[in-house]
Design a protein around this ligand. Structure first.
Ligand SMILES: [Zn+2]
Ligand SMILES: [Zn+2]
Length: 255
């Protein structure tokens, strides 16, 4: 039981911080927050993702390229360009590493304006920190696993961030329904995305990249946006300047 709780909690926290902090705030700047909250959420993202923490700068550059080149040959991770999700993610890792380890200079238009904490990047990329994280998970499984099959879940903790990336980037541009013609192959995989915190509304998101709510129709529910509404109510983030998407107006404009 403890193993399943840990797995679900790690899954949900990791994908929430990826969606809320790295994606919606870091890459898109859909809303604002104070410098203090930015640092606090940056640290929480590291603690939530642990051994597979994604550099906010590397993530933002890669992701901005994905929007600019969606499903064209220059898209860093379109399923249109790869045989399967694994070959796509291996190629994505190579491009991401170039930016995350500051070996490759991005085009100027994809750089700047994202949370940047080089010391945290260096810590998270050190093998000492990765091995320490790994040891913590191994010890937890050693202590609490009650069935041998549970150990099959263990390696997933080490690649949680990229695993969510693979699900979103592969399924969100391959399976599901479309609300908008974005001139790419983006899709909404689930109408209530409990699996990846709203990230699987790729079709809506590619249409309205600056909307903090990834749901556009009455039956769609974006869980991260509901948490963000609470953060906004508490004064933690400011969404007053945010753009919203309206499916009805887009599809059937008022006379
Ligand atoms: Zn996409
Ligand atoms: Zn995006």
């Amino acid at each position: 039981m403890a193993i399943l709780v840990l797995f679900v909690v790690h899954w949900q926290l990791s994908v929430f911080f990826q969606s809320f902090f790295l994606h919606r705030y870091g890459a898109h700047k859909q809303f604002t927050m104070s410098r203090g909250w930015e640092r606090a959420f940056h640290l929480m993202t590291y603690l939530a993702q642990g051994p597979s923490f994604l550099s906010a700068r590397g993530y933002a550059i890669l992701h901005r390229m994905h929007h600019a080149f969606s499903d064209t040959p220059k898209d860093p991770h379109s399923p249109e360009n790869y045989e399967n999700a694994l070959t796509m993610m291996l190629a994505t890792k190579k491009t991401y590493d170039g930016f995350a380890y500051r070996r490759v200079e991005p085009e100027a238009r994809f750089d700047g304006g994202m949370p940047d904490w080089p010391a945290l990047d260096r810590l998270s990329q050190s093998w000492i920190a990765r091995i320490a994280w790994g040891a913590l998970f191994v010890l937890f499984y050693w202590r609490f696993a009650t069935h041998a099959w549970m150990f099959a879940l263990l390696p997933l903790h080490f690649v949680m961030g990229p695993l969510h990336g693979a699900i979103v980037n592969w399924c969100g541009h391959r399976y599901g329904y479309r609300n908008f013609d974005n001139r790419d192959v983006s899709r909404n995989t689930l109408a209530f995305d409990f699996l990846t915190a709203g990230e699987l509304f790729q079709n809506n998101h590619h249409k309205f990249a600056m909307s903090p709510n990834f749901a556009a129709r009455w039956f769609e529910l974006d869980p991260s946006y509901q948490v963000m509404r609470l953060f906004s109510l508490l004064g933690i983030i400011d969404m007053s300047g945010a753009q919203t998407m309206r499916y009805e107006e887009e599809v059937a404009p008022a006379e």
